[in-house]
Design a protein around this ligand. Structure first.
Ligand code: SRM
Ligand code: SF4
Length: 556
């Protein structure tokens, strides 16, 4: 019998040798080269920075014997997606002066900048710091941006929940001073002894990324079942306010590794508001100790939960916590996702408007929609709050009743289409950035989303189904960044020119979609789905969603 000894992945050694995320970044960023070393690429992720290249010109440059066109993506941490007008203006300035002109809202309420050159990375970090923002912890093997339903702050009696989400971000962020030394103030910590990284991170941090989301008690716009830890606010009959805590969700898969899969988080326990941090800390410690550090494709916490089983995972958490966990509450029945779009009155006599952004890309289109300028004007003139949603959209909140017409007119002047003008698929459609920036993309996503949306909307219109909402999510590879694995229609890049179609998820976010057809061409998708649309139109009741319908009847 042979015993397989697995060796730890190279990234673990890079982390350990990095002196708490410093490595050679300082000198690597200061030299004349347009790129950084492989080790520095790994460390940059912890600083919220991804080394990329402009893939549209890859081939031409290779043919011309030129190097890659090196660019960087920077992901700014924005807990709960909440920004002041000054912060929005700071982000807008960075987009215009340092990045590719766009502010990219992400599916986790963060902001990304694309197309930044190495020499500008420090200026960008300083620009963020001036607005009390940072990219540190935006990526890397740490707790990522904590996602929260933007309506939490509005709910009477639930206002404190937004505070808890912000507190979670604070408690679980990395405390190494490396980012400020290298990117912001240039001053090195006096000695290594001053490094006070969190004990639950240690010098090798977590096996991989760790994601937390807090939903609204009745609104799952954050996709709480797709998280490493999901929190659903609830009221325990004896203990009062707290959360049903879910563990072990995650949507990424790898075609090269059949042992990888999308997984929904399962309810583990009920925690009171006071207990939530210590229980999450014990879960993170369990993951830190038991997560796979040999194979990064299988290093997420969902595989620890799946491999051990929930009961054994629970007992590992209990050992680290030093006490037992109580049973979770029943999941809420009326739990569905609000898209937060359009004008809505708020309880404090102000208004908010949710604006569909379209794959999160805030930019000005010459001769078309100039959303970036519209938002700039709003931020310059009005004392409002911006909220990025987990659907890549933006809410302008706290609008005085007396300013509502002016903001409405301003948006229209900039050709921003509001709620009532949106198509039934367009309204909820999401796509990841994919080409030309993402190094993992097999196919296009964001850039072709409008074509797919109009193809599908036409197909529905022809069947008199043009008013029925339908959720479409598209990605350029199976990593699943726009969460297609739980969508009513998920379209996932498979080969250079084909996609796989997944069907049967839904807006509740609590059901995995199943593979419907493999390796189809983008332009064929509306026709391929035609027969199912026909059946949906003739066999389903008016209230039955497409996802529920195909799940009920099957795909035949
Ligand atoms: Fe993601 C990697 C973009 C949300 C699963 N994701 C990437 C990278 C950094 C590509 C890379 O590793 O080289 C992408 C950057 C592309 C670019 O050019 O900007 C990228 N992910 C995004 C964003 C921007 C998509 C978007 O349309 O908004 C989202 C940023 C979130 C944020 O602000 O933090 C984004 N990524 C997600 C989600 C959805 C979520 O978290 O709710 C998932 C699925 C949930 C999950 O984690 O399972 C997701 N991204 C992945 C994976 C697969 C991870 C896995 O372990 O299964 C990768 C690949 C990896 O980490 O190696 C990845
Ligand atoms: Fe890139 Fe794949 Fe994520 Fe799209 S889903 S951004 S192609 S990693």
């Amino acid at each position: 019998m042979t015993t397989e000894t697995k060796t730890e992945s190279g990234v673990e050694a890079v982390k350990r040798a990095s002196n708490y995320l410093r490595g050679d970044l300082d000198s690597d960023l200061s030299n004349e080269l347009p790129n950084v070393t492989n080790d520095s690429e790994q460390l940059l992720k912890f600083h919220g920075i991804y080394a990329q290249d402009q893939r549209d010109v890859r081939r031409a440059r290779a043919l011309a014997g030129e190097t890659l066109d090196y660019i960087f993506m920077i992901r700014v941490v924005i807990p709960g997606g909440r920004l002041s007008p000054e912060q929005w203006l700071g982000l807008d300035d960075i987009a215009s002066t340092i990045a590719d002109g766009s502010v990219r809202l992400t599916t986790r309420q963060a902001v990304q900048f694309h197309g930044v050159v190495k020499g500008d990375l420090r200026d960008l970090a300083k620009g963020l710091d001036r607005q009390f923002l940072s990219s540190f912890g935006g990526c890397g093997d740490v707790v990522r941006n904590v996602v929260t339903c933007p309506n939490l702050h509005l709910e009477n009696g639930h206002g404190h929940l937004e505070g808890i989400a912000l507190q979670l971000r604070e408690t679980f962020r990395s405390t190494s001073e490396a980012h400020w030394e290298i990117f912001v103030n240039g001053e090195k910590a006096a000695s290594r002894e001053e490094i006070k990284e969190r004990p639950f991170y240690g010098d090798t941090y977590l096996p991989r990324k760790f994601k937390i989301a807090v939903s609204h008690p009745r609104d799952n716009c954050v996709d709480v079942f797709a998280q490493d830890v999901g929190l659903i606010p609830g009221e325990h009959p004896d203990l009062g306010a707290g959360f049903t805590l879910l563990v072990g969700g995650g949507l990424g898969r790898s075609y090269a590794n059949a042992d990888t899969f999308a997984r929904l988080a399962e309810p583990l326990t009920f925690v009171t508001n006071e207990e939530v941090e210590e229980v999450i800390a014990a879960i993170i410690a369990t993951y830190r100790d038991l997560g796979d550090r040999t194979d990064r494709k299988r290093a997420r916490m969902k595989y620890v939960v799946a491999d051990l089983g929930l009961a054994a995972f629970q007992s590992e958490v209990e050992q680290r916590l030093g006490r037992g966990l109580r049973a979770p509450l029943e999941l809420p029945e009326d739990f569905d996702a609000d898209d937060h779009l359009g004008w809505r009155a708020l309880p404090n006599d102000t208004w908010q408007v949710g604006i569909r952004v379209g794959a999160g890309r805030v930019k000005d289109v010459e001769g078309g929609t100039t959303l970036k300028s519209a938002l700039r004007h709003i931020a310059e003139r009005y004392a409002v709050t911006f909220f990025i949603t987990a659907q890549q959209d933006l809410i302008v909140s706290g609008v005085l009743a007396s300013d509502r017409d002016a903001i409405d007119a301003l948006l229209r002047e900039h050709h921003v289409r509001l709620n009532e003008e949106l198509g039934n698929i367009e309204r909820r459609a999401m796509a990841c950035p994919a080409l030309p920036t993402c190094g993992q993309a097999l196919t296009e996503a964001e850039r072709v989303l409008p074509d797919l949306v109009s193809g599908l909307e036409d197909a529905l219109q022809r069947r008199q189904l043009g008013r029925r909402p339908l959720q479409l999510r598209m990605t350029g590879c199976p990593n699943g960044c726009a969460r297609p694995a739980i969508a009513e229609i998920g379209v996932v890049g498979r080969t250079k020119s084909t996609y796989d179609i997944y069907l049967g998820g839904g807006t509740k976010g609590n059901r995995l979609a199943a593979l419907y057809q493999e390796k189809v061409k983008l332009e064929d998708i509306p026709e391929i789905l035609g027969p199912l649309f026909d059946r949906w139109g003739s066999e389903a009741g008016a209230e039955e969603s497409f996802g529920d319908f195909v799940t009920r009847v099957g795909f035949s």
